[in-house]
Design a protein around this ligand. Structure first.
Ligand code: PFF
Length: 447
């Protein structure tokens, strides 16, 4: 009982201040930066899209991030109860439930993709990946088989082991080792990639903006991605906020996390585009870009098995540090609501997530008829979580902090000038843009 008391949000557990920043960067930097960002940048206009993404991070992402952290720290509860404990009416707790359910849903497919990356790391290091150069077929037969389920279980166990150890002994320690480690891997891979013959063309595709390629659709995709990339609308930043020291400046933390997220996306782009250009792989190959197109490049470069292995390990690490933040959201909720011990909450939730990931996994091949709404379960789950839950709970955060929260100024701890700018964004810019993203991505309006 005693450990339970200590571990429940609202009691003594706290991040150290660097530990918190690293954990929040760990949450933000994930498959979104290294798998999704490169392929959507390839599809929606290269450098111009990258710029748009940065603008969205600045005007919508960072204000919402600060709001989530402040709500968490003021409430010191779960992603649902923090709203109420921070001074909101009961109804906000009900709205907050959205962001307790969302991570559950996201985890069921995110952990599968994390498993793919680990499988590909093994394939690359062992050289097996290069025995069959039809990488598309290889990817299809892997994702269509039962191995992704096995890897899903491994990922669930690793994530569970970290979260069971608690905030400072588990999540913080894990990120303190892996975030700097990731930067080392990224820099090695970036140097390898930029120095490939023909690599510089990829750099210029990525960094020189051609605004004629932008469409209204790219703007909405950039905004949706800024949200996903900063881990917003999923209760993760509210939940992490609950463990932040009173002395920590949330404004600076927000800047650090935004800068970290942008830096890792920038480097990921500087790895992927030079490689694709050097080997004449279309930059707009879509979701298969890293699993299908890049292996072709690795197979053709000297020591490709090694660089390929590092690349997939990197992806796996990025995914795991995001998964631990996702898992902590329902864990905080369950510990608070049902007074469960941390370990009980972690293993029940991890087990459930694993079971719920099975339909997604088998929908990719073993049972292709497993469709909801004409989509394989895997795509449907991604669709619903990213396009419905995420913007809706983002909207709840902006409206609460922008209009309904009496102590907002005090809890944000900003200077007068920054506070005014922030409140303006939260009131007038963020909700409108987020609403657009929602209407568009839930396919209620079409462009
Ligand atoms: N930000 C992560 C990424 O870019 O991959 C994904 C994510 C993690 C989204 C945690 C939401 C979340 F709560």
């Amino acid at each position: 009982k005693q450990t339970n008391q200590l571990d429940t949000p609202g009691t003594k557990e706290r991040f150290s201040s660097t530990g918190f920043i690293l954990a929040a960067i760990g949450s933000a930097v994930g498959l979104g930066n290294m798998w999704k960002f490169p392929y959507i940048t390839g599809q929606y206009g290269g450098g111009a899209f990258f710029l748009l993404f940065i603008v969205c991070l600045l005007i919508v992402g960072l204000p919402v991030l600060l709001a989530e952290l402040a709500i968490g720290r003021a409430g010191r509860g779960s992603a649902s109860s923090s709203f109420v404990k921070a001074g909101g009416g009961k109804i906000w707790g009900v709205f907050g439930l959205l962001s307790v359910i969302a991570p559950f849903v996201i985890m069921t497919f995110y952990s599968l993709v994390a498993g793919w990356t680990l499988h590909y790391a093994v394939l690359s290091f062992s050289g097996q990946l290069f025995n069959n150069t039809d990488f598309g077929a290889q990817f299809g037969s892997f994702t269509g088989g039962y191995m992704p389920i096995v890897w899903g279980a491994i990922v669930a166990v690793i994530t569970g082991f970290v979260v069971v150890k608690g905030i400072s002994g588990g999540i913080e320690k894990f990120n303190k080792i892996l975030i700097p480690g990731m930067l080392v891997l990224l820099v090695i891979l970036m140097i390898r990639s930029i120095t490939l013959p023909g690599g510089m063309e990829g750099v210029s595709f990525f960094l020189s903006p051609d605004f004629s390629k932008l469409t209204p659709e790219s703007a909405l995709v950039a905004l949706g991605h800024a949200f996903f990339s900063l881990s917003l609308g999923m209760g993760t930043m509210i939940t992490y906020g609950a463990f932040v020291n009173r002395q920590q400046s949330l404004g600076s933390a927000t800047m650090a996390v935004g800068a970290g997220d942008m830096l890792y996306a920038l480097i990921a782009g500087l790895i992927i585009f030079p490689t694709t250009f050097a080997f004449n792989i279309p930059a707009d190959s879509g979701p298969g870009l890293v699993f299908v197109a890049l292996p072709a490049a690795f197979s053709a470069m000297p020591l490709g098995w090694f660089f390929g292995g590092l690349f997939f390990i990197l992806l796996g690490i990025a995914a795991l540090t995001s998964l631990v933040s996702l898992l902590q959201v329902p864990v905080s909720y369950a510990m608070e609501k049902w007074n469960l011990r941390r370990s009980t909450a972690v293993w029940i939730i991890s087990g459930l997530v694993f079971l719920l990931s099975i339909p997604s996994a088998v929908s990719m091949g073993l049972m292709p008829d497993l469709m909801i709404n004409n989509m394989p379960v895997f795509d449907f789950v991604d669709f619903v979580a990213s396009n419905w839950f995420l913007p809706l709970s983002g909207l709840v955060v902006t409206l609460f902090a922008g209009y309904f929260w009496k102590n907002v100024a005090e809890e944000a701890g900003l200077t007068q000038k920054w506070f005014r700018i922030w409140l303006f964004m939260l009131r007038y810019i963020a909700p409108i843009l987020v609403l657009f993203v929602f209407l568009y991505s839930a396919q209620i309006i079409k462009l």
